[in-house]
Design a protein around this ligand. Sequence first.
Ligand code: ADP
Length: 161
Amino acid sequence: MIKAIYPGSFDPVTMGHMDIVKRASKAVDELIIGVLVNSSKTGLFTLDERVELLKEATKDYPNVRVEKFEGLTVEFARKNNAHLIVRGLRAVTDFESEMQLAQTNHFIDPEIDTMFFTTSLEYHFLSSTIVKEMSSYGQDVSSLVPPCVAEALERKKKEKK
Ligand code: ADP
């Protein structure tokens, strides 16, 4: 039984993340998405909102689970009996920090490896930050995020007014 975790901020989940979920969930028996509290990024959505949006977006994937976690990614992997960490690679700019993260995690626990999926071409430019920025300036992001996220972004804008 191959289990993998897919950790990230997911603030909010985009079609880029969904593309990785779709492909990774085919490669492993169980994929556990870990939504983390990231102190270096200011979130638009609360941790619970991010988890709920991911649950809704992945409800048709029977082997995908969503959980929140705090602290070391390696600890989260161990807790779930997973030996693989899934990450997505977009541009060269992702590469350096992702390699450092992967090597750090492997150093902490040599039983744990990171598996990278390169982004599909149509999502190369896509990030949660880009989506939030476009949406805040009134741009249509419905093709870039799952429908529940598009709705949630509209709700956030109304709350702010
Ligand atoms: P983090 O704060 O951990 O980077 P993110 O939610 O921004 O959390 O990203 C989680 C993972 O998803 C990262 O490995 C990131 O590279 C990947 N990812 C994000 N957007 C895309 C995309 N458009 N295509 C492929 N991978 C992506």
